[in-house]
Design a protein around this ligand. Structure first.
Ligand SMILES: NC(=O)c1ccc[n+]([C@@H]2O[C@H](COP(=O)([O-])OP(=O)(O)OC[C@H]3O[C@@H](n4cnc5c(N)ncnc54)[C@H](OP(=O)(O)O)[C@@H]3O)[C@@H](O)[C@H]2O)c1
Length: 286
């Protein structure tokens, strides 16, 4: 049985939906914090079990019978994500899984905003279990999030940035499902899973202006002033500093992909920021 964690979250849920298109529901299980949020999957015939990365006993139960476990990286901002990932990896190994997949990050690197991902990859290597660390591109939904406000204010405010190969959740979920159903596909640490096209914030502002006909000005702040700006908007300082990870890494060219694996595995053109923006506008969200 393939077990997917975080299946009540955006990426995990997308992965399960993609699996349902490829393999019978009885071969899929999910480990979620709150089972009542996974009723839609239960109705489809997916095994739904309660599992929290903070509780190894719950994972032992939720991972029972696992041939593969896909661990969605924790969304915690409390700083203990790495401990949680270690618990999940150890639990998958104890459950007898022969392969562990993990949703890592294109920017995974020690001493960076994505250091937890690099450290989790080290734990995977030490585990002795076959693993796939999916180096997912930066979420295109983040670009949309910044553009949403820019479309209201006419200003796209951010620190100095660099090129980013923005990746859509739907595409990342599809690739994770492809990797799960094809054992041996994407072994070890994967190449960056992101489109080859990269866009910086200047490009994002230009695309949004072009699509909407509204004028959007790119405003560049120092890192320090950007944190102050986010704090003034109501974000706790610790959280505001996390936003800097994107800008520091993109300035260093660490969020850009020149690898065609993403397109190759999808077998089609990836979803672009432009596509997502048009979609949001059509839904009347922006
Ligand atoms: N590539 C990128 O650009 C990028 C950007 C932001 C985040 N990420 C990472 O990608 C992950 C998935 O993204 P997403 O959009 O699907 O986020 P999401 O919708 O917030 O989903 C995160 C999932 O993690 C689960 N989770 C959190 N703490 C847990 C715990 N202690 N035990 C078990 N499950 C736990 C959540 O459970 P509940 O449903 O119960 O809340 C949720 O299902 C994030 O968690 C984050 O680590 C990547």
């Amino acid at each position: 049985m393939i077990i997917v964690t975080g299946a009540t979250g955006k990426l995990g849920h997308g992965i399960v939906n993609n699996l349902l298109e490829r393999i019978p529901a009885e071969k899929i299980g999910v480990s979620v914090r709150d089972t009542s949020k996974a009723n839609d999957l239960k109705v489809c015939g997916v095994r739904v079990m309660q599992g929290d990365y903070k509780d190894a006993n719950s994972l032992a139960h939720a991972f029972e019978g696992a041939s593969q476990v896909l661990i969605v990286s924790s969304s915690t901002t409390e700083g203990d994500a790495l401990i949680q990932h270690r618990t999940a990896i150890e639990s998958a190994k104890l459950a007898g899984a022969s392969r562990i997949l993990y949703t890592s990050h294109i920017g995974a690197k020690p001493n960076s905003g994505f250091a937890d991902h690099a450290a989790t990859e080290a734990i995977l290597k030490e585990s002795g279990v076959a693993f796939t660390s999916l180096r997912n591109g930066f979420y295109a939904s983040s670009a949309i999030w910044y553009l949403k406000e820019a479309l209201e204010t006419g200003e796209l405010i951010a620190p100095q940035d660099g090129p980013v190969s923005w990746a859509a959740h739907a595409d990342l979920a599809e690739i994770a499902a492809v990797a799960l159903v094809n054992e041996g596909c994407l072994d070890g640490i994967t190449p960056p899973l992101a489109p080859i096209e990269s866009l910086n914030f200047e490009n994002l502002a230009a695309i949004a202006s072009e699509i909407t006909g509204r004028s959007i000005k790119r405003i560049t702040l120092s890192d320090e002033d950007f944190v102050k700006h986010m704090v003034a908007k109501g974000y706790p300082e610790q959280y505001a500093k996390l936003f800097l990870g994107l800008f520091i890494a993109s300035r260093n060219g660490e969020l850009e992909s020149v690898d065609s694996t993403f397109e190759h595995l999808l077998g089609r053109k990836p979803i672009s920021v432009r596509d997502l923006l048009v979609n949001e506008l059509n839904k009347g969200v922006l």
